[in-house]
Design a protein around this ligand. Structure first.
Ligand SMILES: *[C@@H]1O[C@H](CO)[C@@H](O)[C@H](O)[C@H]1NC(C)=O
Ligand SMILES: *[C@@H]1O[C@H](CO)[C@@H](O)[C@H](O)[C@H]1NC(C)=O
Ligand SMILES: *[C@@H]1O[C@H](CO)[C@@H](O)[C@H](O)[C@H]1NC(C)=O
Length: 165
């Protein structure tokens, strides 16, 4: 049986679909991402049980893969002892499409890193209000986090993104 409510829902969905056609996916080098996290050799990385040299290798490989996949990327690695204005400064000059926070900060059970996570989210909210914030679940899954939220329209093997140092 088709209820009145489901007919109404379908009608509303159809209207919405025509009023807002699905946007075209961005192409290679069209998405600017700023991603922040702890430096691999920061003491709080080892204190949370991670192997710093493995984190270092993982972060480097993940960042290289993100650029190869067609995204423009700026990485800001900083500990909670550094003033949050360091991150604010790094947001300057580019209209960011997406922002991200690494698992060392996001997954931490520490007070200082939880406070820092809130400060990072606040900076991203103020400096890039329309940019979605993505989260990874390990030190090698930032590409996954970015691709999930920002799929690109084509294979970018022959036109990688830029390293926004
Ligand atoms: C840490 O990672 C490095 C590089 O992956 C590896 O060679 C080393 O054995 C690891 N150390 C420990 C204690 O697991
Ligand atoms: C941020 O940029 C401002 C203006 O350029 C500068 O005065 C300040 O020292 C910078 N802060 C940090 C933490 O880099
Ligand atoms: C993209 O293209 C390259 C080379 O043409 C190919 O090796 C690779 O598998 C492709 N990647 C995807 C995700 O289709």
């Amino acid at each position: 049986m088709v209820s009145f409510k489901s007919i109404l829902t379908l009608a509303v969905a159809a209207t919405t679909a025509s009023a807002f056609p699905s946007p075209k996916l961005p192409g290679c080098g069209e998405v600017d991402i700023i991603f922040t996290g702890l430096p691999p050799y920061h003491p709080l990385v080892a204190q949370q049980g991670f192997n710093s040299s493995a984190v270092d290798a993982g972060l480097r490989a993940d960042a290289a893969d993100i650029i190869k996949a067609g995204y423009n990327l700026r990485v800001v690695l900083m500990g909670p002892e550094q003033d949050i204005s360091v991150l604010v400064n790094q947001t300057n000059g580019i209209r960011w499409d997406g922002t991200g926070v690494g698992y060392g900060v996001r997954g931490s059970r520490r007070e200082d890193l939880t406070i820092r996570l809130g400060d990072i989210i606040q900076v991203f909210h103020e400096r890039a209000p329309r940019a979605p914030t993505v989260f990874d679940y390990s030190f090698t899954t930032a590409l996954w986090a970015i691709q999930t939220k920002f799929p690109l329209s084509s294979n970018c093997t022959n036109s990688p993104g830029k390293d926004l140092v």
